[in-house]
Design a binder for this molecule. Structure first.
Ligand SMILES: [Zn+2]
Length: 267
């Protein structure tokens, strides 16, 4: 599932490729992805407009196409975007651009969402979101955990608590900090929370630099995989030796999600 580094990679790559490109035509191959407006209204409002600005909030991509019109892409579980002359097999909605490229929302399982809205800040999913990680200083990050009593790893990936972190990067961050994913937040010292902050910061920055992790369907804009997956320290490594202590990595379902950790060096 794409998280902050993957969505940010796509945003940066799109910014170099589609700004000021006009949407000549929209081909909706799968109506299920268009949410909130009818496909007819969606086409009417967006065709003829141009991509002016591309923003990201959490895992959501936001395109300004007119002064008061925004397109919203939520890739969710299995969505990805591609810019190419060819039409991809799992292409669900295609934006034909003025440079003859096809900007495509692809999705194997059709669980992604595309919306059209006057102001992206009014989007329900955005209104419910916690702060952006990179907007927070260490002190503000630590402050967020005050009075929380849940387990650390599920809390880190709760979008209403902190936007953009998902299953993979949350477990990498607690491994890096040497903290057990099931530790109760109220048992963590400020020093430990500070460690999670610096780990998250370093991991997310490096993952953006490496153009994200292709753990399932995620691809860069040109179709090639991201380069961060081989650098993951615990994710997907059940039974393999911990890079820090050599002990065997374990997998456990925590908060409904498969979580990998080292039972020896994560306390
Ligand atoms: Zn270990």
């Amino acid at each position: 599932m794409p998280e902050l580094p993957e969505v940010e990679t796509i945003r940066r790559q799109l910014e170099k490729k589609i700004i000021n490109r006009k949407i000549e035509e929209i081909i909706i191959k799968d109506k299920r992805l268009i949410k909130g407006v009818s496909p007819r209204v969606f086409k009417f409002e967006a065709e003829g407009a141009s991509f002016k600005r591309i923003l990201r909030r959490g895992k959501v991509l936001i395109f300004q196409i007119k002064e008061k019109t925004f397109l919203i892409f939520h890739l969710r579980i299995s969505g990805w975007v591609i810019l190419s002359k060819n039409i991809e097999k799992f292409s669900r909605v295609i934006f034909r651009l003025s440079d003859n490229n096809n900007f495509q929302f692809c999705d194997q399982r059709a669980l992604g969402e595309i919306r059209l809205i006057g102001d992206w800040r009014n989007l329900a999913v955005v209104k419910k979101m916690g702060p952006e990680f990179f907007d927070l200083k260490e002190k503000e990050f630590i402050e967020l955990f005050k009075n929380k009593r849940t387990k650390i790893k599920p809390l880190l990936m709760d979008q209403s608590f902190l936007a953009g972190i998902g299953n993979a990067y949350a477990q990498e961050a607690v491994f890096c900090a040497g903290i057990h994913p099931q530790r109760s937040v109220d048992s963590l010292s400020k020093k430990e929370l500070g460690k999670i902050y610096s780990c998250l910061s370093a991991i997310l920055k490096e993952a953006i630099k490496k153009k994200g992790s292709s753990l399932d369907t995620y691809r860069q804009l040109n179709g090639s995989p991201g380069n961060y997956a081989p650098l993951l320290k615990v994710y997907g490594r059940e039974g393999q030796a911990c890079f820090r202590c050599g002990y065997s990595i374990e997998r456990k379902v925590i908060g409904g999600r498969g979580t990998y950790f080292c039972p020896h060096c994560q306390k």
